[in-house]
Design a protein around this ligand. Structure first.
Ligand SMILES: Nc1nc2c(ncn2[C@@H]2O[C@H](COP(=O)(O)OP(=O)(O)OP(=O)(O)O)[C@@H](O)[C@H]2O)c(=O)[nH]1
Ligand SMILES: [Mg+2]
Length: 300
């Protein structure tokens, strides 16, 4: 499914009836904030309590197979060998298009497999990360005291998409200051929303604060399951997912056929030299797509 090979669409269609049960938690934040260490701690805690936990690490710079996590694995006697935990690293950066679509589909496979929790770790730096967050029911953003001059420097977009805020590496100076700033931002939000937007401190490396984070995630899960909220969010996710898949298909259609690819190159040249306007060029492509409609409909 991740590689978009063989009959992956047929497979997903078969799995579809078994999806929708896992609660999906996105964990995002700047590089090196301790996301993997937090995810590791959460997975260990939940698995220890008998839950089944799936982890998707998207484009990790410190993959679960090495670095700090290897140390953890040795120390813990193997989280990834824990029968209740499955970890999948996706090195997708640089692949053309469809990263969000592929991640959404991998999440669907794990969901169908029967995990209670799905943890999706991404580095919160770009648009793709925000798109990936669209596949999650709950998003935790991880900050660290050394993030810079407070939250002003942090991506506003990240704050927008999150329901939980974690200040990790609380053992380092500046954590209290950051918590105060985040609390200040959240105060406004709490006024106009039913959710409490908790700001938590953790020392993931010392497994401190993980239980509180897990409890808040549990609380958010229950919050989402009340008043039809989860159903509404899943509906938004479905729309975003549909758009991702359509984008991926359009991308493939334009790039995979050599003749179409050459046509695109010619059009680009004509746009660059001022011969053709970009909207006109897009219109030509749109026309051809519409012409291709009956064929692709039969293919279905
Ligand atoms: N001092 C301190 N270090 C921590 C804490 N949590 C994690 N670290 C360390 O921070 C480093 C990065 O941790 P990771 O969990 O790999 O961070 P990440 O956010 O997953 O990193 P990327 O996936 O590379 O973006 C590791 O050396 C961890 O041991 C903490 O609470 N305090
Ligand atoms: Mg990581």
């Amino acid at each position: 499914v991740e590689n978009r090979e063989h009959d992956y669409r047929d497979l997903l269609a078969l799995l579809h009836p078994d999806t929708g049960r896992a609660f999906r938690v996105g964990v995002t934040g700047p590089p090196g904030a301790g996301k993997s260490t937090l995810v590791d701690g959460l997975a260990a805690l939940w698995a220890g309590a008998g839950a089944r936990v799936g982890v998707i690490a998207v484009d990790p710079t410190s993959p679960f197979t090495g670095g700090a996590l290897l140390g953890d694995r040795v120390r813990m006697g193997g989280l990834s060998a824990h029968p209740g935990v499955y970890i999948r690293s996706m090195a997708t950066r640089g692949s053309t298009g469809g990263v969000a679509a592929a991640t959404g589909d991998v999440a669907r496979v794990l969901d169908a497999f029967g995990f209670d929790w799905l943890l999706v770790e991404t580095v919160g730096v770009g648009q793709i990360e925000i798109e990936i967050m669209n596949i999650c029911d709950s998003v935790a953003v991880v900050f660290v005291p050394e993030s810079g001059d407070g939250i002003q420097t942090l991506k506003a977009g990240l704050i927008e998409i999150a329901q939980l805020f974690v200040v990790n590496k609380a053992d380092r100076p500046g954590a209290d200051q950051l918590v105060t700033e985040l609390e200040h931002v959240m105060a406004e939000r709490r006024n106009s929303h039913a959710w409490s937007y908790p700001v938590l401190t953790t020392e993931a490396i010392h497994r401190k604060g993980i239980d509180r984070l897990a409890a808040e995630l549990d609380r958010h899960r229950m919050f989402m399951q009340s008043d039809n909220r989860l159903a509404e969010r899943r509906c938004q996710q479905a729309l975003a997912g549909l758009e991702n898949v359509l984008r991926e298909r359009l991308h493939d259609y334009l790039r995979e056929e050599p003749a179409t690819d050459r046509w695109l190159a010619t059009l680009s040249q004509q746009i660059a030299t001022g011969e053709v306007d970009v909207h006109h060029a897009a219109g030509l492509i749109w026309q051809r797509l519409r012409g291709a409609e009956p064929g692709s409909a039969q293919e279905e």
